[in-house]
Design a protein around this ligand. Sequence first.
Ligand code: NAP
Length: 361
Amino acid sequence: MACTSMILSKSSLIIRTQGLPAISVACYSTGPDPRPIKSLSLLKKGTGGRSSFNGVVATVFGASGYMGSYLCNKLGKQGSQIIIPYRGNFYDVRDLRLCGDLGQVLFQPYHPRNDDEIRKAIKYSNVVINLIGREFATKNFTIADANVEIPARLARLSKEMGVEKFIHISALNADPNPPTYYISGGSQFYRTKYQGEKEVLREFPEATIFRPSDMYGSGDKFLRYYGHMWRHVFRKLAVYKKGEETIKQPVYVGDVAAAIVAACKDPDAAGKIYQAVGPKRYLLSELLDWFHVVMKKGEPDYGYYRYDLRYDPVMPLKLFINGLFPGYPMGHLTPERVERVSNRKSTSEIWRSVVRVQVKS
Ligand SMILES: NC(=O)c1ccc[n+]([C@@H]2O[C@H](COP(=O)([O-])OP(=O)(O)OC[C@H]3O[C@@H](n4cnc5c(N)ncnc54)[C@H](OP(=O)(O)O)[C@@H]3O)[C@@H](O)[C@H]2O)c1
């Protein structure tokens, strides 16, 4: 696009590509000159499948993460063009090329603090989706950088570039004053996610925000976290109050992705906050027992046993060891994760405020 210039003349359309001879195409219209194309979304074509174009040009930030592949697949299936900004190694994201039809998935290297590179990634898009988020600090970015500063920057630049829709992924139980369970001061993840929402809405008031609960699916961090060897002490599992007071309402990641795709096209979604939860609520203790039975690590044959995290002497040591390798926590075990999954509030107290997202196929 950047190296192609289109020259419209009365009788012909000349497409001139840098370094290549111009192609002349006859124009049979007797009317006035064709209108210049203002937006790619006006070029809708086809019946809505993978090989058509549905008018959505979406830049997906954070597509290299767990949810990214689910979302890009759903976008690509419906004929959206996807722009994937990435940092680091291109080979980490190249598989996402399969999500869309040939030429419909484009990659753009960027740095999350470089405004010009971000502008370049959203220049041709009418939808920007932010999946960037983190629950532990890395070498160059704090939790607040990933959950507040970067989303606010993306929202500001999207507004500036005239993007029509900005969709931001926050988290269920985002709270300015989260309760304290295991680490003093409560969950920084929930606090920064709440601040991130506020900042995004300040920069882009029509933004749509999704607050998913724990998402499950292939490659998730919910089941795998509890199944990991490092989370156990031999065959025992330490959970806050044995998990008997924590309610979980896990949601399938593909359903959240489908809801985001629906929101891309739904004008009513502008300025709304959706809490994305699964259809059923479970006690964490019952879920954990069931996971272990399915993994053939249930009580009788394996010796699995749940006990109260508050009296576990091994957990602080494990967290200390993981803290020596910031950015690569073994088994996703961080103080922040232990704190946030202990949240007893879960969905029960906010159930009345839940807005069900209508997922249109
Ligand atoms: N998974 C869940 O159960 C769950 C539950 C509630 C809310 N959420 C939220 O939903 C969103 C997507 O979740 P996910 O599970 O797909 O997350 P994820 O697997 O951890 O992926 C996070 C993405 O954010 C990017 N990222 C993180 N820090 C960054 C930084 N400083 N600069 C640039 N990019 C950065 C990562 O890029 P790199 O690959 O380059 O690091 C990655 O693409 C996140 O905001 C998460 O907080 C998830």
